[in-house]
Design a protein around this ligand. Structure first.
Ligand code: ASP
Ligand code: MG
Length: 409
């Protein structure tokens, strides 16, 4: 019998009514002759009793730093509760199921609490359940170290559990069920009727995820790419075709035909600029600045280094820390909050002339100032003022005709 891995997100598991749809999807797979291996997230969203954010809030306090090992133990409970509740619901429907924690499922990770990486999976337990005709309902987002310490894989990490299991069980395919009908070209909170993409390459989705689109855990995509697993993102309630993420080789319209596939953004950025009369190349100053920031755990992005100017962006919560650690250098430094990095993403833009011109023209027409840009083979990112985000996204959405592209429904 074939095995199929199905992952269900927290919003699909929040209430008993929603769990009926989840059971329907699992039952359908079973009836098609596929033995389901189910992966679950914690039930619901912030405020719901056992959601990850709710559990986090139990120990959140302004003046104390939580112990990372304790936090992992706490957060792992959310997915375990969810696995038990769903397997009981399946049992009540007459489908034999059993909840399996990450470590019972043989998921071995490194000891990096809070964002551990899966090192290996021993599927013994899962295979034995399958052989006994039982559906394993695996708690996502968690594993254990060699020493038996419980770890979690980073926010959104249940996707990674599912794809890693699909790799080990050699299914070649995984279904990620969620509360929308697939991956949108742009955040539907800004463009409510943003179309759903029917296909995406691993590279495109990875860029989107790293550039701020909260669509799928980036590590899940990496594993999918390494193991050649096709990932389908679809709605729990009305499955439809959803979005297929793959290498793109097998789709009808080569994805590289598209210049821009989607728009992503990251808000709450601060823009840091350090001007100097003396040439940064002639002194050790640039190195000292970046080393100082690294020593204090500050991650920098949109980095620009030239003889007389260093500029970059940071999470704006880091603003005071950055000012403090750079103060002894007596530099001409400005740290300005209230920026957003907005990016157009597409594997097909590489080597195509005119994409930047279209970005600049459309933002200029929408009266959105650009403060800094950067680019890669598959994206162009612009730093803009936070209050211009909607205007910017709408302008780019129109310019690149994202409401009407090949490869979309
Ligand atoms: N429950 C975890 C989170 O909220 C993991 C996940 O949902 O994938 O981040
Ligand atoms: Mg998720």
């Amino acid at each position: 019998m074939d095995i199929c891995v199905q992952k269900f997100g927290g919003s699909s598991l929040a209430t008993s009514e929603q769990r009926v749809h989840v059971c329907d999807r699992i039952n359908e797979a079973y009836e098609k002759g596929c033995h389901p291996v189910v992966v679950v997230s914690a039930m619901g969203r912030a405020g719901d009793p056992y959601a990850t954010d709710t559990l986090l809030s139990l120990v959140k306090s302004a003046d104390s730093q939580q112990d990372a090992r304790n936090l992992d133990l706490l957060l792992a409970c959310g997915e375990i509760i969810s696995a038990v509740v769903l397997s009981e619901a399946l049992n009540a429907r007459g489908l034999k199921a059993q909840a399996v924690t990450g470590w019972q499922g043989g998921i071995l990770t490194d000891a990096n609490h809070g964002s551990a990486r899966i090192l290996s999976i021993n599927p013994k337990k899962i295979y034995s359940l399958i052989e006994a005709g039982v559906i394993p309902v695996v708690a996502g987002f968690q594993g254990a170290t060699n020493d038996g310490e419980i770890t979690t894989l980073g926010r959104g990490g249940s996707d990674t559990t599912a794809v890693a299991l699909a790799a080990v069980l050699k299914t070649g395919y995984v279904e990620i069920y969620t509360d929308v009908d697939g991956i949108k070209t742009v955040d539907p909170r800004i463009i409510p009727d943003a179309p759903t993409l029917s296909t995406l390459t691993y590279r495109e989705i990875m860029e989107m995820a790293h550039l701020g689109a909260k669509v799928i855990h980036p590590r899940a995509v990496e594993i999918g790419m390494e193991a050649g697993i096709t990932i389908r993102v679809l709605s729990t309630v009305e499955p439809g075709k959803g979005t297929i993420i793959s290498s793109g080789k097998e789709v009808e319209h080569p994805i590289s035909d598209r210049v821009v596939t989607g728009i992503a953004y990251i808000s709450n950025r601060a823009h840091v600029r350090i001007a100097s009369e003396q040439d940064f190349n002639q002194s050790k100053l640039a190195l000292q600045i970046f080393q100082e920031l690294a020593n204090h755990g500050v991650s920098v992005d949109l980095i620009y280094l030239s003889p007389n100017l260093i500029a970059f962006i940071i999470d704006q919560e880091m603003s005071d820390l950055v000012k403090k650690v750079l103060a002894p250098y007596r530099l001409n430094i400005s740290v300005e909050k209230g920026y957003t990095k907005v990016s157009v993403v597409g594997a097909g833009m590489h080597g195509v002339p005119g994409v930047m011109a279209r970005v600049v023209q459309s933002l200029e027409q929408a009266k959105v100032g650009i403060y800094h840009t950067t680019d890669s083979h598959a994206n162009i990112s612009c730093l803009i003022k936070e209050d211009k985000l909607t205007d910017a996204v709408q302008a780019l959405f129109q310019e690149f005709e994202l409401s009407n592209k090949e490869g979309q429904e």
